[in-house]
Design a protein around this ligand. Sequence first.
Ligand SMILES: [Zn+2]
Length: 365
Amino acid sequence: MKKFNLFVSLFAALLMTACSAPQQENVSPADKVLLKDFRPLVVNNIPVTKVDRAKFDIIDMHAHDYAATEEEIAQWCKTMDEVGVLNTAVMHCSWIGRPFEEVVAAYAPYKDHFRFWCCFDYSDMSEAGIQKACELLVRYHDELGAVGVGELGDKGEGDLYARPVEGKDIHIDDPRIKPLIAKCAELRMPVSIHIAEPYWMYLPMDETNDGLVNAVTWHVDTTGCLGYNALVNTFENAVRDNPNTIFIACHYLNMNHDLPRLGAMLDKYPNMYIDIAARVAESAHTPRATREFLIKYQDRVLFGTDNGMDPQMYRNIFRVLESNDEHFYIPDYGYHWALSGFNLPDEVLKKLYHDNAARILNEYR
Ligand SMILES: [Zn+2]
């Protein structure tokens, strides 16, 4: 009996040692996973919707000169035909692509599939120089078929996306460029502009930052330049002071975190539109609020991608807009948020995919 007790105690002690060893080191497997490496796999038995082709024809209002060769342009057209995109904006800006004339020439054999957007020329900011820039804009419109201006881009230091020179310290409400914006109204060319960045990118890069993984990559240092609200103000000034010009705020005006504020601006300014380009994650982690917003502002929202030419890229966006799927991830997307679909009604989808853009570009079919 005594011997048995001793054996039991010894066994129990060994067992305790074995079970408690990791706790003594005080490290669990979860402690070793970095947020940036987080690649969760969904285990829920819930619907998974594949949308190979968009439910309605699409006009893509936000893309760039991604194709480096004629073969790539041809392949891009094939992909567009497969996924249901009628035509795509090739937006000219300084961080990607070649001079505007070269872009237009390169895509000319496939011009049915593309619409060209040019920049403002800030080479000479004198009054006479801006007049020349207006003349260039007319030439781009009349001779090269430019349908709009963009993508302009201001993250605090001015329109640094511009070509052939950057618009350092030139914000969209700068009185010097008012003639250019008025010329856009005359030519019926919408102005598409990227203002600021998602709000998480301005917040401290710490454990409280809800968008941390992506915010770290795109963190904005506002030292010596305009911050988030100041930039939004420049945009609002321009929209208010140029009511005959159509403005498209790219990427939901980077205001996914405050849809009531964005909605109030759309209520106030009938010449303001937004595109949804490259903000899948920022919108699909709040699917109910975003769905409600897109339904309410169904006449003011434009489809855009801004994310290359891969067929799966389009299909990921279709799944978010069309399906009612919940809690899914897009592999290697750079976010740790789970996404859910918006299950948008057909009439809203059709406007967002096509009709609103067709109206702005005078392109009914
Ligand atoms: Zn873009």
